[in-house]
Write a new protein. Structure first.
Lengths: 255, 307, 222
């Protein structure tokens, strides 16, 4: 099978600034890649490029079998992107936000409840306009929308930002489960140790280029599943046992 | 080739030269490409034509029976209006369409549209000004809500909006697309504006101020002078647009080259250090190469160059 | 496309219903404009009644610009902008949905504004159906043109000042035609009014069509 992401000397401009100046990267299905680097290294730009949000200026790139230049719309439909600023409408509740994402993608709305619950957003919190939630809770809602949509490539921009320890463990568990389903995951982080523990490979970036790639230390997904500690207790007190996520059980749309 | 492709191509070249040296923004080759002979010829022809029109219009042609010397504005006002209302905005709409059409998409059309709108706005304002100068002695008022005057004024505001949008900073291709759409959206409004103000006049106010008796009868030397006026104004328009196009191209080129320099510098910097950044962790699990320091924040220096 | 339009319109209206900006800011603004017009023209009811149709549509136009600002603000957050592009929604559907939401809000505003005008200016309309038809077409045209220009100026910091400059000249024919129809409808001159629908109808159609075509490229250019 072709790799989920394949970039060859990719150059991308953010406004008038060369954010990526020649990146070669290939990510397989089921692989977890962490991107690290200082501010301005091009981490976010790399994710945005893979999401089809940042145009490819030169070089080649394909994501999930769609060419980044020829068919950016196809790329966008296939990927899940968690940005710095969560794509949420402040006036709508968590449930409504997730429902909008699912209906827009033409997916059954019923997937939303399970995903929200999995992320620890339930009850009163799910019925509050997200503008009134904390930064961490908003991130959980955005992640729930992504999980419910169940794309074949997850692009997570600092998924740990604003998350409490339980949330961080939850993110780790979700990533591990997704990778078992054949989902490719690219995430960014400022914490090298954390990145190493999550990923199969760690990509270090500087000045808009990949400066080094080294092995991650991710434990095998199965270990992760059997270890209740890896999942932690979600904030709202939902069962700590890894109940199969209905959305993930459906299998990812692997292109 | 798109702007961004151009940037990276130039950057590659700079990289191959192995120097991040900024090159002069205007080199001889670019100069030659942007200043073809015909531009100067058109300019000289236009200015000579205008001079001839002025001489013929003021001294050679006879005064009109009813309007007297006022009729001499006819050699100026209609040619200016022709350039503003048909030539300039027609060219702008056409080139915007050609930019939006994928097969002919090129920044050439964007710059051409921008240049002709800008020149068109100047001619549009001149149309209004000469019209008012004519209206004051013949109709007794500077302004009247005549259909033509109203729609010309609205057109001026429409395309001032285009120029305002153009001044908003953005990446060249983003701005090009945005402005092309704005030009098209404004242009489809032109016939609607025209019909609505014509009806507004005829249905609402009854008799129009434009008395047909006042329109001058044209004969002999007058017709030739008028024709010369049209040709001269058209030549001046072409000349102005091509100069404006050149300036627009040079401005884009300056941005392209500074970008390319920034890109090449970044690569050179990478090569010099050959390292990845530090995270201030110093963890034992981190390979040594990763821990070694980065050289400053590349974003700062590049940002300053681009600015 | 229509399914997407329905989804987006529902979302926009729901957000507007929650934030209540239209209710507590745009509507009072429009009513305030009526009072200010009366101050400017003097208390003579005959003068006010004859000027009423034009004033009504000027008030609608300015409120419309505010409504478009609100509609654009929904999409202009950094995250939501990306979200919309990643959503898989048809751009034409997004355009139609947003235009429908703006049009519905404007229609509600027009009803209230008309009641206010009746009370304050003492205006009556003889040919009701003509006035309603003109209002419907004018509202659709205003909403369509407004949403196009909203998308054009969407991500820009200068949106507040740029949007009126761009939109108002374009919708000038709507103001002209709608005011004329309402003047005609007020005195029951159906024939004179009907001909103006020939401006309002094509305007609405043309801008709906243009929006359907250009909204995709605009979303990309953002």
């Amino acid at each position: 099978m072709a790799s989920a992401v394949h970039l060859t000397s990719a150059v991308a401009l953010a406004g008038r600034f060369p954010a990526l100046s020649g990146v070669d990267l290939s990510v397989d299905h089921g692989e977890v890649v962490a991107v690290v680097g200082p501010n301005g290294a091009g981490k976010t730009s790399l994710l945005r490029l893979c999401a089809g949000l940042l145009p490819l200026s030169s070089g080649q790139g394909s994501v999930l079998g769609h060419d980044l230049v020829e068919d950016p719309a196809g790329v966008r439909r296939g990927v899940g992107f968690l940005g710095h600023a969560p794509a949420l409408y402040d006036e709508l509740t968590a449930t409504e936000n997730v429902r909008f994402v699912l209906r827009a993608a033409g997916l059954p709305v019923s997937r939303g409840a399970g995903a929200l619950e999995r992320l620890g957003i339930g009850g009163r919190i799910a019925r509050t306009p997200v503008g009134r939630l904390s930064a961490g809770q908003r991130r959980r809602v955005a992640l729930a929308a992504l999980v419910a949509k169940c794309p074949a490539l997850w692009l997570l921009d600092e998924p740990h930002a604003a998350m409490d320890p339980a949330g961080r463990e939850l993110v780790a568990a979700l990533i591990a489960e997704a990778s078992v389903q054949g989902v490719a995951v690219i995430l960014t982080s400022h914490e090298l140790a954390l990145a190493r523990s999550l990923a199969d490979r760690v990509v270090s970036m500087a000045g808009g280029r990949v400066s080094r790639i080294f092995e991650g230390q991710r434990s095998a997904p199965d270990d992760c599943r059997d270890d209740p500690g890896a999942l932690g207790a979600p904030a709202s007190g939902v069962a700590a046992r890894p109940t199969p996520v209905p959305t993930l059980a459906g299998g990812a749309h692997v292109a | 080739m798109s702007m961004t492709e151009e940037v990276s191509a130039v950057a590659m070249k700079a990289m191959k030269d192995h120097q991040g040296e900024p090159r002069p923004v205007i080199d001889d080759e670019l100069h030659r490409r942007l200043r073809p002979r015909w531009v100067r010829v058109t300019g000289v022809a236009g200015l000579l034509g205008l001079t001839a029109t002025v001489v013929l219009g003021l001294w050679v042609t006879p005064p009109d029976e009813t309007q007297g010397n006022l009729v001499r504005l006819v050699y100026l006002h209609p040619p200016v209006a022709w350039v503003a209302l048909y030539l300039a905005f027609g060219l702008a709409a056409l080139s915007s369409l050609l930019y939006l059409w994928r097969r002919t998409r090129s920044l050439f059309w964007d710059r051409l549209a921008a240049a002709s709108v800008e020149v068109g706005v100047v001619f549009n304002a001149l149309t209004l000004a000469t019209g008012m100068l004519w209206g004051r002695p013949t109709w007794g008022v500077w302004w009247t809500w005549d259909a033509r005057l109203t729609s010309t004024a609205l057109l001026l505001v429409l395309f001032l909006g285009y120029l305002a949008l153009r001044r908003v900073p953005a990446a060249p291709e983003v701005r090009a697309r945005r402005c092309a759409v704005a030009a098209i959206v404004a242009f489809v409004d032109v016939p609607i504006v025209h019909f609505s103000v014509v009806w507004w006049q005829t249905l609402h106010q009854g008799a129009t101020v434009l008395n047909p008796d006042l329109s001058p009868t044209i004969h002999g030397s007058m017709a030739w002078t008028l024709l010369l006026g049209f040709l001269a104004m058209t030549a001046v328009f072409v000349w102005m647009v091509s100069i404006r196009y050149r300036i627009e191209t040079l401005a884009d080129e300056a941005v392209t080259r500074s970008l390319a320099t920034a890109l090449a510098e970044r690569w050179a910097e990478d090569e010099a250090s050959g390292t990845a950044p530090t995270f201030g962790l110093g963890a034992s699990s981190v390979p040594e190469e990763v821990v070694s320091a980065t050289r400053g924040d590349p974003q700062m220096s590049v940002g300053e160059i681009v600015r | 496309m229509l399914r997407d339009a329905w989804l987006v319109a529902g979302r926009d209206l729901r957000i507007e219903a929650r934030s209540r900006v239209a209710l507590w800011q745009v509507l009072p603004f429009a009513l305030l404009a009526l009072v200010l017009f009366a101050f400017a023209l003097g208390p003579d009811r005959a003068t006010l009644a004859s000027a009423a149709p034009g004033l009504f549509w000027v008030a609608v136009l300015f409120s419309g610009v505010l409504a478009v600002h609100r509609s654009v603000a929904i999409e202009s957050g950094e995250g939501t902008r990306d979200g919309l592009r990643l959503s898989g929604l048809d751009p034409a559907g997004i355009f139609l949905g947003k235009a429908a939401a703006v049009a519905l809000q404007l229609a509600a505003l027009e009803v209230v504004l008309w009641l206010g005008m009746r009370v304050l200016f003492g205006v009556t309309i003889r040919a009701i159906w003509l006035a309603v038809a003109a209002a419907a077409l004018a509202t659709i045209g205003l909403a369509a043109a407004g949403v196009i220009y909203g998308a054009l100026s969407g991500g820009l910091r200068v949106r507040e000042t740029l949007l009126p400059l761009l939109v108002l000249p374009v919708v000038a024919p709507v103001l002209l035609a709608a005011s004329r129809v309402w003047s005609a409808a007020a005195v029951g001159a159906v024939g004179a009014g009907e001909s103006w629908l020939r401006i309002l109808g094509p305007f609405a159609l043309v801008y709906l069509a243009v929006g359907v075509v250009v909204y995709g490229p605009l979303l990309e250019a953002g």
